[in-house]
Design a protein around this ligand. Structure first.
Ligand code: DOR
Ligand code: ZN
Length: 351
């Protein structure tokens, strides 16, 4: 089959997105709204988005930051803490726009210090989640500093996630941004009600990308990039087309100065070209025909949301990614800064 010169897909959703707040929010959210119909917005602000009321207020700020006439719907996740009240689950459910609660093991990643210190502290909340059908979105890494940074996801599966899935047999769980062969095997072999998101960077790059000619802070995210063997396992799984796997970019903007520092922040900004980067990744593994279901069907189906109407069009036209984008008073270095991307978004129709 010859390589297609254009792709038309149902409008996709991004089920894992960081947009921050204030001027940063206004700088980044238009990129997502230009490509995606909906996005699940992560709650790791400072202070975190812990209650339904806070999430609804944050959602209003996101809507207010959108360019006029944009048809984009933010979906929300609440930040779980040791103190989350089980009754918050009912309020979240009643809001209609909160899809679940996000588990950050305390200390695992950016702005996770208010996260959960011991999973047993949130058992009562998980009971309610299971009853209401809201999901648990999981940052799946152990925080024990003695565990090798490349083993933290696999260790989390064995010590936290697998026992949790067993204990709460009807809890709907999204294992976010999976990075390892172990995670692929866990998700594909798990009971029903367990799914995973995959980022563009973990499909496109392995950990060598952190050290090409020197240290590359803009390729640093958490979970960190893994081995080529792990990347191949992720690619093989999306190529096989499991409905348990869907799009979640984890686009995570940080100002240039916060990345290019002696202790740089974790997070890769990919929203400027998210769908285009997935198209490149899927084409590289001969799976372009799987892209639409991964990007537009599997996530909506998992969350019990209607599939989107409308289409997006990508054309095979190389374009150069800018070296940086404005980011409030600062600048933001995107994934592939100053390099070429094969696919270009040329149209989105929401009807
Ligand atoms: O790389 C990451 N950046 N991983 C996360 O889990 C959080 C995110 C962020 O908020 O910057
Ligand atoms: Zn994230």
């Amino acid at each position: 089959m010859s390589a297609p010169s254009a792709l038309t897909l149902s409008r996709p959703d991004d089920f894992h997105l960081h947009v921050r707040d204030g001027a940063s929010l206004a700088a980044v959210v238009p990129f997502s709204a230009a490509r995606f119909a909906r996005a699940l917005i992560m709650p790791n602000l400072r202070p975190p988005v812990r209650t339904t009321q806070e999430a609804l207020a944050y959602r209003s700020r996101i809507l207010a930051a959108l360019p006029a006439g944009t048809d984009f719907s933010p979906l929300m996740s609440l930040y779980l803490t040791d103190q989350t009240a089980p009754e918050e689950v009912e309020r979240a459910r009643a809001s209609g726009c909160i899809l679940g609660f996000k588990l950050y093991p305390a200390g695992a990643t950016t702005h996770s210090d208010a996260g959960v210190t011991d999973i047993r502290a949130v058992y009562a909340v998980l009971e309610r989640l299971q009853e209401t059908g809201l999901a648990l979105q999981v940052h799946g890494e152990v925080t024990d500093p003695s565990v090798d940074v490349f083993d933290r996801e696999a260790r989390f599966i064995d010590t936290v996630l697998a026992p949790l899935a067993e204990r709460f047999k009807r809890l709907r769980i999204v294992f976010e941004h999976i990075t390892t062969r172990a995670a692929v095997e866990f998700v594909l072999g798990a009971r029903s009600g367990i799914a995973a998101t995959l980022t563009p960077q973990h499909l496109l790059m392995n950990r060598n990308a952190l050290f090409v000619g020197g240290i590359r802070p803009h390729h640093y995210c958490l979970p960190v990039l893994k081995s080529e063997r792990d990347r191949e396992a992720l690619c093989a799984a999306v190529r096989a087309g499991s409905p348990r796997l869907f799009l979640g970019t984890d686009s995570a903007p940080h100002a240039r100065a916060a990345k290019e520092a002696a202790c740089g922040c974790a997070g890769i900004f990919s929203a400027h070209a998210a769908l285009e980067l997935y198209a490149e990744a899927f084409e590289a593994i001969g799976a372009l025909e799987r892209l639409e279901a991964f990007a537009a069907h599997h996530g909506a189906d998992f969350y019990g949301l209607p599939r989107n109407s409308g289409r997006v069009r990508l054309e095979r036209t190389e374009w150069a990614v800018p070296a940086a984008y404005p980011y409030g008073e600062e600048t933001l270095v995107p994934l592939r800064a100053g390099e070429q991307i094969t696919w270009r978004l040329t149209a989105m129709e929401s009807a």
